[in-house]
Design a protein around this ligand. Structure first.
Ligand SMILES: Nc1nc2c(ncn2[C@@H]2O[C@H](COP(=O)(O)OP(=O)(O)OP(=O)(O)O)[C@@H](O)[C@H]2O)c(=O)[nH]1
Ligand SMILES: [Mg+2]
Length: 355
């Protein structure tokens, strides 16, 4: 799962990337424009997995999430296909918006205005999609003239619908699509269709004000507000001292972006985790909500899916409370389910399969 961080220059993208990944990439007020981007794969923290791993005394293998910091490349650089490509490859987009004041750091639009930036970036995403749709429609028209095709006609109709929607200045993620339509347009990797997290980077004086900002867009979009600078300062302190410091800033209940972000992105992308216990490790797997046992088995290995017999299922908490599979089974907490069983968040799953 890849999250790509983008936004105007000097909004705190690399600072955010460092906070999410514990890296120490250079951040700077003035440095020259480069096309360098950063990426890192990090563990998705999960206390439940840690507890199961403590029980078995096997190391935990956490689910992974990849972050990409796009650096100083932007829509404004003409023909920047590298940048658009980075966005297309993402499962989720993270638009970072500047809401902190600093007279030394110039905002390309001349002033600090988070809502303006959100709307402009939404417009950029829609424009990229609009242009690819127009191009494809032209091509289909030519092809249909040469040879009649039901598929092409269907695609044409659907793309026309999307185009009309974009013309109303709405992102595609707000359009309800059925599974057939989703399949037809999968290859386009439309940007305005991707789940979007708006991350507002503010400083302590604006924190409470922006927290109350009510007019932000909502559909399939989430807004998180964080204090990049303060957070990186907090992380330099010993854990015990952070509470005092937070109180001083009036941020007593402040939640660190790393935790907050992962939680939010899971919710936004409709993701959940299930766990497996192997011979020497316990492992977390990420799946979409409403995934069947059969599909989940395929995530682990095609052999397990092809030879699927049954899945043994137990809630992680029931397992720990019972102190093991045997007792859990005696209490009737271990269920035996078939291919179509829908896996829930936090279940420990053991697949029985024909080798
Ligand atoms: N005051 C203040 N400064 C910040 C905050 N977040 C980032 N900065 C500063 O903004 C400057 C740019 O931060 P970066 O993380 O390098 O921003 P960026 O978006 O990666 O910049 P480019 O990659 O050059 O576009 C640095 O000097 C940061 O210290 C913040 O919350 N408050
Ligand atoms: Mg940067």
């Amino acid at each position: 799962m890849i999250f790509t961080i983008f936004g105007y220059p000097k909004t705190g993208k690399t600072l955010l990337f460092n906070l999410l990944t514990d890296k120490k990439e250079e951040i700077s007020k003035f440095s020259a424009v480069t096309n360098k981007f950063h990426k890192a794969v990090v563990d998705v923290p999960d206390d439940r997995l840690k507890k199961i791993s403590d029980f078995f005394k096997f190391p935990p293998v956490f689910a992974k999430i990849e972050y990409l910091d796009t650096g100083k490349i932007s829509f404004e650089e003409a023909n920047d296909t590298t940048f658009i490509d980075l966005l297309r490859r993402a499962d989720g987009l993270v638009h970072i918006i500047r809401a902190f004041e600093d007279p030394e750091i110039v905002h390309p639009k001349g002033s600090i205005d988070p809502l303006r930036d959100i709307n402009r970036i939404e417009e950029e995403l829609r424009t990229v999609d609009f242009l690819s749709i127009e191009k494809r429609l032209e091509k289909i028209l030519i092809d249909i003239k040469k040879m009649k095709s039901k598929e092409l006609e269907e695609e044409f109709e659907l793309l026309q619908k999307l185009k009309d929607f974009l013309e109303k200045e709405k992102p595609l993620r707000e359009l309800e699509l059925n599974s057939k339509e989703i399949t037809i347009i999968k290859g386009f990797k439309f940007l305005s269709l991707k789940p979007l997290i708006n991350l507002i980077n503010t400083d302590e004086t604006f924190f409470n004000k922006y927290l109350k900002l009510k007019k932000l867009p909502e559909n399939n979009t989430t807004t998180i507000i964080f204090c990049g600078k303060i957070e990186s300062e907090l992380l330099e302190l010993e854990k015990e001292d952070r509470g005092l410091f937070q109180e001083e800033y009036g941020l007593k209940d402040y939640k660190y972006i790393k935790e907050n972000f992962i939680k939010t992105s899971y919710e936004l992308l409709n993701l959940i985790s299930f766990f497996t216990v192997g011979t020497d490790e316990v492992k977390a797997w990420t799946i979409k909500k409403k995934t069947s046992a059969y599909i989940a088995a395929g995530k682990i290995h095609t052999d397990i899916q092809q030879g699927f017999i049954k899945a043994e299922i137990i809630k992680w908490k029931d397992f720990l409370d019972s102190e093991g599979f045997t007792q859990a089974k005696e209490k009737g907490l271990l269920k035996l389910e078939g291919k179509n069983y829908i896996i829930n968040d936090g279940e420990i799953v053991h697949f029985r399969f024909n080798k």
